[in-house]
Every structure is written in C-alpha cells, then in structure tokens.
Design a protein around this ligand. Structure first.
Ligand code: CTP
Ligand code: CA
Length: 234
C-alpha cells in the first residue's frame, strides 16, 4: 500500500490535547461519569503528531482500546476534573496550542465518602447527593495563557441549527477560547461513533470551518483551523 504523505505543517509546535470523560468520586467504588469515549481527542493528538507536532495527551477515562491509538505519544492520566486542572496547567505552561476535547464533569460530589455508601446507611429512604461545581479548566487556561498560545474548546450541545450556533457563540465568549468546535449530541448522535460532524467557531463567533467525516478528518480540520487562526493573528 502507498503511504499517505501528510504535510508536517505542525512541526515546531508543542500541543496539548485533553480527552476522555472525567470521573468524580462518590465513594471508593463509585463515581459520576459521562459517555465520552475519548476517540475525538486521541484522533486530534495522533493527527498532530503525524503532522509534526510535539504532543502531550492528557487523558481522563477513555473507552477500551482507545488509548492504544495514542501509542508513542506522551500520555498523562487525569481522572477527575481537579486532576485535569493540575495536569493541563502543567502541560499548557509550555504549549503553543491547547485543545480541551475532554468531557469535564460540571459537578462533583461535595465530599467523597471514604467508606462505601450502604443501603443500611440510608434505610430505604433514598439518598440525596450534594453536588458542587468543578473548576472550569478551559476558563482557567484562558486566564493564564502564554503570549501567542492558541486555545481550543469543544462544545457538545443537544440543541440544533441556529440555537446550536447561538449557544456555541455565547460559550466561546464566556470561555475566552480562540476556537470552539461545536457538535450536536443526543441519545443516538455523537457518542461511541467513528464519525463526527462539527462547526468550528472563531473569535468573534464567525464560522471558521465546517467539517464532517471520520474523527481523523475532523481532527485534521481542527488543526487546519488552528493554523489559519495562528497565521491570522501574526
Ligand atoms: N470544560 C472545562 N472544564 C469544565 C467544563 C468544561 O474545561 N469544568 C471545557 C470542555 O473541555 C470544553 C468546553 O469547556 O472544551 C465546553 O464544555 P461544555 O460542557 O460544553 O461547557 P460548559 O461551560 O460546561 O457549559 P454547559 O455544560 O452548561 O453547556
Ligand atoms: Ca459542561
């Protein structure tokens, strides 16, 4: 087979990509998690490496086999939102491009119980779990970004069409990122799937690019948009 020649147009760039879904501990055996597989983030990291970048992948929980695709990359594990903040701050301090593709939990249990919660302990009355907001990693990184660093966020939204874009624009503004990759999700759409369909919003809320196809194709479109955004601000 013919090897596909890819441009090494990311050579010289240090990039950090987060991926997977965080798990917020309830007790030693339970957590609050989400359905993110980690595939899109790993595809972004691989694409960047193949295009010549020096890549660090910060991974929360990923589905079985997904991290095998990251063989050869520097991988840091960060299971909960708080770990993700620490790991991303560390890695971002040296990075030219930071991509937050991880699905970070918005809430965590106010306190993780050291003892496993038991039914005996709730005596048939059910339970209320008190939740507090996690740290917003993307927002924190935006506040600390180094000069010239490009920051990319992701947004999975259950709304569609104009409402999807409007929500994406508000989110981009609120987060202070340079690019926001917006995709629609639903019970049947967006998760555990090989392909993806996204709109990439740029600073000011304009559509920088649209892409659909395999997660690799979407990844390449994101890196193209990153390069375009970087050359526009130089
Ligand atoms: N994100 C983050 N830290 C969080 C929550 C989200 O860094 N605690 C990042 C995600 O990795 C993503 C972007 O912020 O790149 C948008 O995430 P999203 O969940 O869509 O936005 P939220 O601000 O959490 O808003 P909401 O879930 O209410 O729509
Ligand atoms: Ca969220």
């Amino acid at each position: 087979a013919l090897a596909v020649l890819r441009p090494r147009d990311l050579a010289g760039l240090r990039v950090v990509v987060s991926t997977g879904g965080t798990r917020e501990p309830i007790d030693p055996v339970r957590f609050i998690g989400n359905r993110s597989s980690g595939r899109q983030g790993v595809a972004l990291a691989r694409a960047a490496a193949e295009r010549g970048a020096e890549v660090t992948l910060v991974a929360a929980h990923t589905d079985d086999g997904v991290l095998a695709e990251a063989t050869g990359l520097a991988v840091v594990r960060a299971m909960a939102a708080a770990d993700m903040l620490t790991a991303m701050r560390d890695a971002a301090a040296m990075a030219d491009v930071v991509v937050m593709a991880a699905a970070v939990a918005d809430y965590r249990p106010a306190a993780a119980s050291d003892a496993k919660l038991t039914k005996e302990g709730s005596r048939g009355r059910g339970r209320k779990l008190e939740l507090v907001e996690t740290e917003d990693v993307l927002k924190a990184l935006a506040g600390e970004r180094r000069p010239g660093q490009t920051l990319v966020g992701f947004a999975a939204e259950t709304s569609r069409g104009d409402e999807l874009l409007a929500r994406g624009r508000r989110k981009l503004e609120r987060k202070g990122a340079d690019l926001l990759v917006v995709n629609e999700v639903g019970w049947e759409v967006g998760f555990e799937q090989a392909s993806n369909e996204v709109v990439i919003l740029g600073r000011g809320g304009g559509v920088a690019a649209e892409a659909s196809g395999t997660k690799r194709e979407v990844a390449d479109a994101v890196w193209d948009a990153v390069l375009a955004a970087r050359s526009a601000t130089r």
